[in-house]
Design a protein. Structure first.
Length: 300
């Protein structure tokens, strides 16, 4: 090889090394993408009669995707409804119960008026009038006592019926929880249970995450900490598969106030610069970004 060829080769090698160094310096931080994952668990006991999801399905908040056998709960509800009806049907009709006494009182009042007229004409004695007044007072006392007794009975039965009503509300809540619905918008990441398997309260059914906004957890040094702040815009880049990068804008949503892998003794500025802090950057996801994918950050 001639000296000219050697010189050209060295220049090319130097150019490549310089390019590599520039690429390494192109970004301020790097990390991996993650998402807020939610593990949805069963809220009822019983056999899973339907669970219509597959990994990768996109679900809407409140969307029903299955249900757990609720036969026994339904039967319990019917029994409670009959019990409540039986209890409330035993409430007395106060007006009907008092009708006879009210008629007797009305007759006594009529008699008293007649006696008052006779007393004024000296045809009846004062004692007859006093007896008429006493009879009215006795009848009124009986009416008051019966009203009190019937009201107490009615109130007691209403309370018993209300207690059954609360039990019915509990059954309704349990029946509602037999319906398996998605608590959030998102993509099914993992399916843990299948149709016809037994479910128990707290047993995981599937894992879901909202991938419309994904998070890049990156790491910066202590020296870079002063360059970042919450809601700051940064450039986020990922490999485009063609030797280049796809870049978008993200927003810093969190900065850890504690360093990771902190040395036991921090004495010099250089040592402090080696401390690593985690930050989270929110990025709108058009489907490009996946959990676990590597990403790079450049401060704007």
């Amino acid at each position: 090889m001639t000296s000219k060829h050697i010189t050209i080769s060295l220049l090319l090698l130097g150019s490549i090394l310089s390019s590599c160094n520039d690429k390494d310096k192109e970004f301020d931080a790097s990390g991996t993408f993650e998402a807020t994952e939610t593990i949805v668990s069963a809220e009822a006991n019983g056999k899973i009669l339907a669970l219509n999801i597959n990994e990768g399905d996109i679900l809407k908040e409140g969307q029903q995707i299955g249900y757990i056998d609720s036969t026994q709960l339904h039967l319990s509800k019917l029994q409670l409804m009959k019990n409540q009806k039986s209890i409330l049907s035993g409430r007395p009709d106060i007006n009907v119960q008092l009708q006879s006494l009210e008629r007797e009182k009305a007759s006594a009042i009529s008699d008293r008026k007649r006696i008052e007229i006779l007393v004024k004409g000296d045809v009846a004695s004062q004692k007859q009038l006093d007896d008429a007044n006493t009879k009215i007072r006795v009848l009124q006392s009986k009416i008051d006592a019966m009203k009190s007794s019937l009201s107490t009975t009615t109130s007691t039965l209403n309370e018993q019926g209300g207690g059954v009503g609360i039990q019915l509300q509990q059954i309704e809540d349990q029946l509602h929880k037999c319906n398996i619905t998605s608590p959030v918008n998102g993509t099914v990441l993992t399916k843990y249970s299948n149709t016809y398997e037994m479910a128990a309260i707290g047993k995981p059914l599937y894992k879901i995450a909202d991938l419309s906004t994904i998070i890049l957890r990156a790491y910066i040094t202590g020296n870079q900490l002063s360059q970042v702040k919450i809601n700051q815009k940064v450039n986020v880049s990922v490999d485009d598969g063609k030797g280049g990068f796809k870049t978008t804008t993200g927003t810093i949503s969190w900065i850890n106030d504690k360093a990771e892998f902190t040395p036991k003794t921090i004495q010099t500025k250089d040592e402090r610069a080696n401390m690593v802090y985690a930050i989270k950057v929110k990025v709108a996801n058009d489907g490009t970004y996946k959990i676990g994918m590597y990403g790079e950050i450049k401060f704007q």
